[in-house]
Design a protein around this ligand. Sequence first.
Ligand code: DQA
Length: 148
Amino acid sequence: MAETPAIHVLNGPNLNLLGVREPHIYGRETLADIEARCVAVADGAKVTFRQTNHEGVLIDWIQEARENADALILNPAAYGHTSVALHDALKTLTIPVIELHLSNPAAREAFRHHSYVSSAATGVIAGFGAHGYELAVQAALHRIRERG
Ligand code: DQA
């Protein structure tokens, strides 16, 4: 681990529309608001915060995190329910991986109940809205410090 820990926060498809997308489910905060929350609780750790609508780009970024990050926070959005490729990419990591959802997929439609990410993650945070990102950064820092 470098002296300043690096936390990568990756966001999947449609999360660029946060704030206007089904706000009764996902809230009114934008992704930029959420990024600011993450930086505010990061306690000096370097936060790399990204969003893409493309599965392959997410895979590239996960592989990048393998080299450059001390922890990964991933909101895979719908790809969590569909992507074996995402699962396989995550399985190559040895750093802590936190799966994150704003909503609680287990309490929603049946097609959201399965996640290909959960079985490759250290832990899952779901259902706490934007605050979940802060919880995830805190959990990542805790894990990083625990591992020394
Ligand atoms: C989500 C939940 C997913 O089921 C959904 O496809 C999303 C967002 C969430 O953050 O609650 O796009 O990951």
